[in-house]
Design a protein around this ligand. Structure first.
Ligand code: NI
Length: 135
């Protein structure tokens, strides 16, 4: 019997979406306000879910305290109050869209979650825009 366990988290970060191969007109046409050369911030809401069998001794799929500490150390410490383009190595050559941020978050967490459990990352860039990545 598999159960999905979820933990919510939050971080603020700045970004700019652009491709250096494209001129300003095309960058603005594709990325709109997120192309602002001076960067801008988003209040990202994150939901990390782990799905798996319940441990018969603890009754847990995953210890929430461990999951909470993992999200803090691997994600919040790395991304919160950062300029993603400038300060986060993963985005040196990767456009920091919500899609790519979700994949980076997944890849940071995956090695620390039991391999027999499924990991899912849901990332809200705005209250109405969100993406989901499950590996
Ligand atoms: Ni943006």
């Amino acid at each position: 019997m598999k159960v999905k366990v979820s933990r919510k988290a939050h971080f603020n970060a700045a970004h700019r979406l652009y491709r250096k191969e494209w001129d300003d007109t095309k960058n603005y046409a594709i990325f709109g306000k997120c192309n602002n050369p001076n960067y801008h911030g988003h209040n990202y809401e994150l939901i990390v879910s782990v799905t798996g069998e319940i441990d018969q001794e603890t009754g847990f799929v995953v210890d929430m305290k461990i999951l909470k500490d993992l999200i803090r150390s691997k994600i919040e410490d790395a991304l919160d109050h950062k300029n993603l383009n400038v300060e986060v190595p993963e985005f040196k050559s990767l456009i920091p869209t919500a899609e790519n941020i979700a994949i980076v978050i997944y890849n940071k967490l995956r090695p620390h979650v039991d391999s027999n459990k499924e990991l899912e990352v849901v990332l809200y860039e705005t209250p109405r825009n969100f993406v989901t990545y499950k590996g």
